[in-house]
Design a binder for this molecule. Structure first.
Ligand code: AGP
Length: 614
């Protein structure tokens, strides 16, 4: 997380930096800052909170930087040190000649800080980043060369970083480097851009070079020089980015989240085009690079993901096991990477990530690949670091998702799992053709059914109003919709800060039932099918403890009216596809509760859209 930008050229630098940071706000919004070469000195401007606060600071200093054409900028998601102005980037050495911005975590910062303090470094912040500023400054005193100083300093750093550095004694230069954090250079005419991600530069240039770990790039207005960790000059792989600048607009919706929820029917239609032609034709999934023979003989799959993507992965497990009879393990990436995992060349490893940059998942994928596994990546960002690691890449094509709370990317991931599972089932011949045909027919109908839900949200709004005052919320489900309960609860937690938890309904009686009383809402995801009656009994048990019962259901069963205080109805859908329908009202419920409570829906506190620290 955190976003960094840099610019050297002939245009007004502050405008470019601020616009770039605005495009990277999804990476954090705890504080923001820029450093600009203003004649004989470097000026640093910072503000706590969102970017608009920095813009207000800059307005007051406009005269100082009107002619400036070189600078760096940062948007912060706090790791070390509270989100204050002092901890905001850019950070400087003692005299302010050397200035840096950083994305990542310096793991040995305490040891480095102690050594640097002995040498006379004066620390002003609690951040890990400031040690890097002092460390490079000391190297610079010896080497009198910014590129060399950066290269030598990074040899002493443990952890992850993307760094942009400027020095007042080398006024026409920017130096940048990275390890386990994203960074790319945009190449223009007589100008260069640095950024954590494409949206920050795409307005200016489509030509870019992704930096690899431990490479150092030195930028002047005339040229870029790329070197390795030993200082050897490297060839430059400048590519044309497959992106068009998009004006991100809410299209009349109050929040991006609401707009993105409404985009879901079209997102599904787009995914199905070219892959699901008709109910009688096989699924086309050329993205899967495993041979049919390998797929037929596959007996183990591991799916690795975090957060919402992990919930999509859980549905993936359910349907792959059901359709293909292959055993699937699911794991949170952050757990996968710190234990002895049993993975080998016979295991298919699937990484799921909206951003394709999540550090935990990226590390886990690299770890599995090192053991010989085929890595299949399902991501919304085909240009991401994870996509570059992929042996097979399934882009989910949900379009840019701005709201921090994932909605359309989740539905797109789940649909991709349906296609993958059906594709494998057809190759393995593991599902009878009547079931496959009816699954395909039902999947084609899903967008229309979601549109039906979106066309009348009154019940959901009423439910949101009625339950918005609650402190806690429990979601229960069984079978294929257990992940839906987890994801519904996560959505509510993320944007309303209500303590919401999802449980497999059969687990209630093993502990959580103790929490139930007349103040506790229990939302039961009661979709017709194999576990309907079981879940009904679990709901009865909760009702008997006086919980405030809500049903989300596609059933017309009259006895639900006695059991539930509130019922949200959804269209008929087969059990196997029901997660695609059940999720929509839960996204809306979370949205309207947060909206009713006046929360910052698109940028909830403490979160960031792309989590690039472990
Ligand atoms: C989703 O609403 C969350 N903001 C978060 O849990 C997210 O799903 C998680 O950080 C994983 O991100 P990824 O899909 O980009 O890897």
């Amino acid at each position: 997380m955190c976003g960094i930008v840099g610019y050297i050229g002939n245009q007004s630098v502050v405008d470019i930096l601020i616009d770039g940071l605005h495009q990277l706000e999804y990476r954090g919004y705890d504080s923001a800052g820029v450093a600009v070469q203003c004649g004989e000195k470097i000026n640093v401007y910072k503000a706590e909170g969102k970017l608009e606060n920095l813009s207000s600071v800059l307005i007051q200093h406009k005269k100082e930087f009107t002619a400036a054409t070189l600078g760096i900028g940062h948007i912060r998601w706090a790791t070390h040190g509270a989100p204050t102005v002092l901890n905001a980037h850019p950070h400087t050495c003692n005299c302010g000649s050397l200035v840096i911005v950083h994305n990542g975590i310096i793991e040995n910062f305490k040891e480095l800080r102690a050594e640097l303090e002995k040498k006379g470094a004066k620390f002003r912040s609690q951040t890990d980043t400031e040690v890097v500023a002092h460390l490079i400054a000391y190297k610079y005193e010896e080497l009198k060369d910014l590129t060399k100083a950066v290269r030598e300093a990074t040899k002493e750093i443990d952890g992850a970083y993307a760094l942009c550095v400027m020095h007042n004694d080398e006024k026409d230069k920017l130096v940048a480097t990275k390890r386990n954090a994203p960074l790319l250079v945009g190449v223009g005419e007589g100008e260069f851009f640095l950024a954590s991600d494409v949206p920050a530069i795409i307005k200016h240039t489509k030509r870019a070079m992704y930096l690899n770990d431990n490479q150092v790039v030195t930028l002047t207005r005339e040229k870029m020089v790329l070197t390795d960790a030993e200082g050897n000059i490297l060839p430059q792989k400048v590519e044309t980015l497959p992106w068009e600048p998009v004006a991100l607009s809410k299209m009349g919706y109050k929040h991006f989240m609401l707009k993105e929820i409404h985009e879901q029917p079209d997102v599904i239609r787009n995914i199905l085009v070219g892959k699901l032609h008709s109910v009688d034709e096989p699924i086309v999934l050329n993205e899967v690079k495993l041979t049919k023979e390998t797929l037929k003989n596959l007996n183990r799959i591991q799916i690795i993901a975090c957060g919402t993507s992990l919930h999509a992965a859980m549905i993936g497990k359910y349907i792959i096991e059901n359709f293909c009879g292959i055993s699937v393990d699911i794991e949170a990436s952050s757990e996968y990477i710190y234990r002895k995992t049993v993975t080998d060349e016979k295991t298919l490893v699937i990484g799921v990530s909206q951003s394709g940059e999540t550090a935990d998942t990226l590390t886990a994928i690299k770890q599995a690949k090192a053991k010989g596994s085929h890595a299949l990546i399902i991501t919304n960002r085909p240009d991401s670091a994870m996509a570059r690691e992929a042996d097979s890449l399934i882009p989910v094509s949900a379009g840019i998702e701005v709201s921090v709370a994932a909605t359309k990317s989740y539905i797109a991931q789940v649909v991709s799992f349906y296609l993958l599972a059906m594709y494998m089932a057809e190759i393995k011949n593991s599902l009878d053709s009547a079931t496959l045909t009816s699954l395909k027919a039902d999947l084609i109908q899903i967008p229309q059914k979601i549109e039906q839900i979106l066309s009348d949200k009154n019940d959901i709004k009423e439910c949101a109003k009625k339950y918005s005052g609650t402190r806690d919320f429990i979601y229960i489900a069984r079978g294929i919709n257990y992940p839906t309960a987890l994801e519904g609860a996560l959505k509510l937690k993320e944007i309303s800060y209500i303590n919401a938890t999802g449980y497999p309904a059969g687990e209630l009686k093993h502990g959580p039932i103790a929490m139930l009383d007349e103040s506790m809402p229990v939302l039961s995801i009661l979709m017709t099918g194999s576990v309907y009656e079981k879940l009904l009994s679990n709901s009865e048990e909760a009702k008997a403890r006086n919980a405030r019962m809500i049903a989300l259901t596609n059933s017309k069963d009259a006895k639900l009216n006695d059991l539930f205080d509130f019922i949200i109805r959804v269209p008929e859908v087969s059990e196997l596809l029901s997660p695609l329908i059940a999720m929509i009202p839960l996204q809306l419920l979370a949205y309207y509760i947060a909206e009713y409570l006046g929360k910052d829906v698109d940028q909830p506190r403490n979160l960031a859209k792309s989590v690039t620290v472990e």
